[in-house]
Design a protein. Structure first.
Length: 179
């Protein structure tokens, strides 16, 4: 790889690693697997970096690579039988009192569990639309589907999330589900 390409990839990787890791975590629910997914996505992009001419669209392309890497990972036979119950690292807000921190941590756990319980397609749409804050058109581009499909999957996903959060006794479940 040429020196200029190497430097531009390093800059891209430094800027995109954290957001891609967060998106990967929201898709899979495991920080270690999220790290692996992000690294595998970066490796795939590195291998084809010299061919990527539209540098303005690298963010959506990176998300698409990450999403496909996650889907490929889910299809692996050994992954189907594995049950992962990770202890999730939460960073407390030092400015809040202990009660608020405990409540916020518990709420994050409940919402995260509800998101992870969504079917893969709905989860991908909800994560990209509401956690990564992509537009309907951008989400459709990443997923390779129509905008109408994104809208219907988002509506179903939010409805399912509201129901699950209501079952958990979350007050104002709509606040957590885009209502």
């Amino acid at each position: 790889m040429r020196r200029h390409d190497e430097e531009s990839f390093r800059e891209f990787a430094a800027a995109q690693a954290r957001p891609l890791r967060r998106t990967a975590f929201l898709l899979c629910g495991d920080w270690h697997l999220a790290e692996d997914l992000m690294q595998n996505s970066m490796i795939k992009m590195y291998r084809s970096w010299h061919r990527l001419e539209r540098h303005a669209e690298l963010g959506p392309y990176a998300r698409r690579v990450l999403l496909r890497t996650w889907l490929d990972e889910r299809r692996k036979p050994w992954r189907r039988s594995e049950q992962s119950l990770p202890t999730l690292p939460d960073t407390p807000d030092v400015t809040a009192g202990p009660e608020a921190v405990a409540e916020h941590t518990a709420m994050r756990h409940v919402v995260r569990g509800a998101v992870l319980a969504l079917p893969p397609r709905q989860r991908a749409v909800v994560v990209l639309r509401y956690f990564d804050d992509l537009s309907v058109a951008q989400t459709a581009g990443v997923l390779g589907c129509s905008e109408g499909n994104v809208k219907s999957q988002a509506a179903r996903g939010l409805r399912t999330l509201r129901g699950r959060l209501a079952e958990e006794g979350v007050p104002a479940a709509g606040k957590w589900c885009g209502a």
